[in-house]
Design a protein around this ligand. Sequence first.
Ligand SMILES: Nc1nc2c(ncn2[C@@H]2O[C@H](COP(=O)(O)OP(=O)(O)OP(=O)(O)O)[C@@H](O)[C@H]2O)c(=O)[nH]1
Length: 417
Amino acid sequence: MPDLPSHASPYFSPQSPPDGEVEGEISLNSTAAPRSNPAESSEETHYESGQESSTENERGTATPALPGSFLSPAFTPPSTPGGTMNPASVLHQTQLSGLRHRVATTTKAPKLLDQLPSVECIVRARIPTTSGTEMFLHLYHNDIDNKEHLAIVFGNTIRSRSLDRVKPGETELDRMIRGAYVGKLHPGRISSWYDEKAEAAAAAAAASSQTTGEKGTTASAHPTQFAQAPLVRIHSECYTGETAWSARCDCGEQLDEAARLMSLPEEALPENLAHADAETLAANSPGGVIVYLRQEGRGIGLGEKLKAYNLQDLGSDTVEANLLLRHPADARSYGLATAILVDLGLGVDANPEGIRLLTNNPDKIRAVEGANREVVVKDRVSMVPLAWRTGGKKGINSTEVEGYLRTKIAKMGHMIK
Ligand SMILES: Nc1nc2c(ncn2[C@@H]2O[C@H](COP(=O)(O)OP(=O)(O)OP(=O)(O)O)[C@@H](O)[C@H]2O)c(=O)[nH]1
């Protein structure tokens, strides 16, 4: 066994490089303790000289002083969850090329599936929220993974086709328990199809205004008419940013902002969308959908994201950290989101006017539309960080989030304005 530096884990043995050509480049000498001179170390790890200053620690070089030891197969998993990348080829790229080359070859647009996955809404429930708005949480199963992806639906006009479908042998109670009802549940209700309380209220309102009015509380197979293109956010899970108060990213803030916009009174929405400050009103909310995909850490999973955070503290930016762990810069896909939107009646078949997508990520726009344009993105609504909009008075203020946003703009093409 060769002499390893003292910081090297006894649990791994250095791997042999796949190509004799690169042997010198990742020789064990490169596992020497990190040097303090970033220029020396960037040479050591074979990043291209002149790497632009987009790192999160503003040192101006890519991932300074990283020991070559994290090329060890014991340190990183063999593959990205749900990913299609061949770890051997990623390693080969990592060893042979400079960082720019790796970014160029791994931050490619998400793959579009020829055929959308099959999705089924298993259950839906009304959730009154702390802001006063109600939303309907839809839980989906699908045929490509066993995760519980979600759709958070605001407003009463958007319904799931797969949920409303009648299942052989089910009772009215079964239907109400899985959320396949119209109107509202209340003690004593016996029909999933007919909300007698709502009907009575609607009839009273119609009589008093002497208008006939549409029923509106019966499940309909017809396309929904929206006053304007519905607002949609495709949100990827972020435990740290949404639950554990992390100031490394703005994921929690984006989720809150999407919900806020979907809860606003309709007249407050156009033009000044992001700045609107009107009161939340469930009654005339224009609604919208947040599709919440369980692709934590841009698809690499929470454990790997936490390793990436440690690499970021060692000097990498978010993209470099993923690549050094042998994951793609972004391992996400959006076929499930497209399929869920179609199920919710927001695809071109039922909603040819399209949707308004809340995002700064250009790759996401095309990906969500699907290979055969099953969904049309009519407009993009940008998500400007609260701290930028308020001159730092509100929102997240941290050096980490600044670096995170800078990297998204510089390396991932995000359009934050
Ligand atoms: N691997 C990795 N994932 C991260 C990091 N910070 C946040 N994430 C994940 O990134 C995902 C959110 O994606 P973003 O790239 O922030 O934004 P986006 O969805 O591409 O674009 P927007 O629609 O504009 O928000 C969530 O799954 C987070 O868990 C990080 O440092 N490393």
